[in-house]
Design a protein around this ligand. Structure first.
Ligand code: URA
Length: 228
């Protein structure tokens, strides 16, 4: 006669006891976390790379802009973004809220992103400098240099399919050129192998609404690169 088979609840209890014993053994060995499934691990690793860099930026005193800032505006959006938009530096509203492009120019950028068919949270938005230059002046070359490792880390970590440079400061920083906007728009550039599309800064568009047609052409170029 074969021995009676354990019922279901006994089997479950045995499995729980065995899992508990395994966990206790792992704890005794000093193991405090188990590896996440591969896909999850890959997704969280970008955040794991950028979080300490953001904390470093938040404590940064590498240039004079730290003296007058209210917040460090590191950047925001999806770390899986197909496009990263790069602006110049935080303005008054961004400095107050600690978020990029939330003032008037930000409203226009958000509309541009929608017009491309994206939600704002699906792309990533960053600036060349993370602290507000006083009176919204363009950042000085030494301020750009002091901040450059943060943008580099953001772009290297996210590695979007396309980078969209908003205005002269972003374009000249990414492409290391002093060429005027007229020579940069509509051309093919790359930053560390990632295509860069240069367009006007939304603040310029607010002052020159007729340039919207040109900006739309540039955004179409971004979309075409995403489809290629
Ligand atoms: N202008 C920028 O370049 N960046 C911002 O975040 C806001 C305005």
């Amino acid at each position: 006669m074969s021995p009676p088979r354990p019922d279901k609840s006994e089997t479950v209890q045995r499995a729980v006891r065995s899992a508990r014993r395994r966990l206790e053994a792992l704890q005794a060995l000093g193991v405090t976390s188990l590896p996440a499934p591969k896909e999850k691990r890959e997704r969280s690793s970008k955040a794991e790379i950028l979080q300490p860099i953001q904390r470093q930026a938040e404590a940064c005193r590498a240039c004079r802009l730290h003296e007058t800032r209210k917040s460090v505006v590191f950047g925001e959006g999806s770390l899986e973004a197909p496009v990263v938009f790069v602006g110049e530096g935080p303005g008054r509203e961004e400095d107050l809220q600690g978020r990029p492009f939330v003032g008037q120019a930000g409203g226009l950028l958000t509309k541009m992103i929608f017009a491309m068919g994206f939600k704002r949270e699906a792309v990533y938005i960053a600036n060349v400098v993370k602290c507000r230059p006083p009176m919204n002046r363009p950042p000085e070359p030494d301020e750009v240099a002091a901040c450059s490792s943060y943008l580099k880390a953001q772009l290297e970590t996210i590695r979007p399919r396309v980078i969209c440079a908003l205005g002269r400061t972003a374009a000249s920083t990414l492409l290391k050129t002093s060429a005027p906007m007229a020579h940069l728009r509509g051309k093919a550039f790359a930053w560390e192998g990632i295509p860069v599309v240069v367009t006007f800064h939304p603040a310029y568009l607010l002052r020159n609404p007729s340039a919207k047609t040109l900006v739309w052409q540039d955004l179409q170029q971004v979309l075409a690169l995403l489809q290629s």
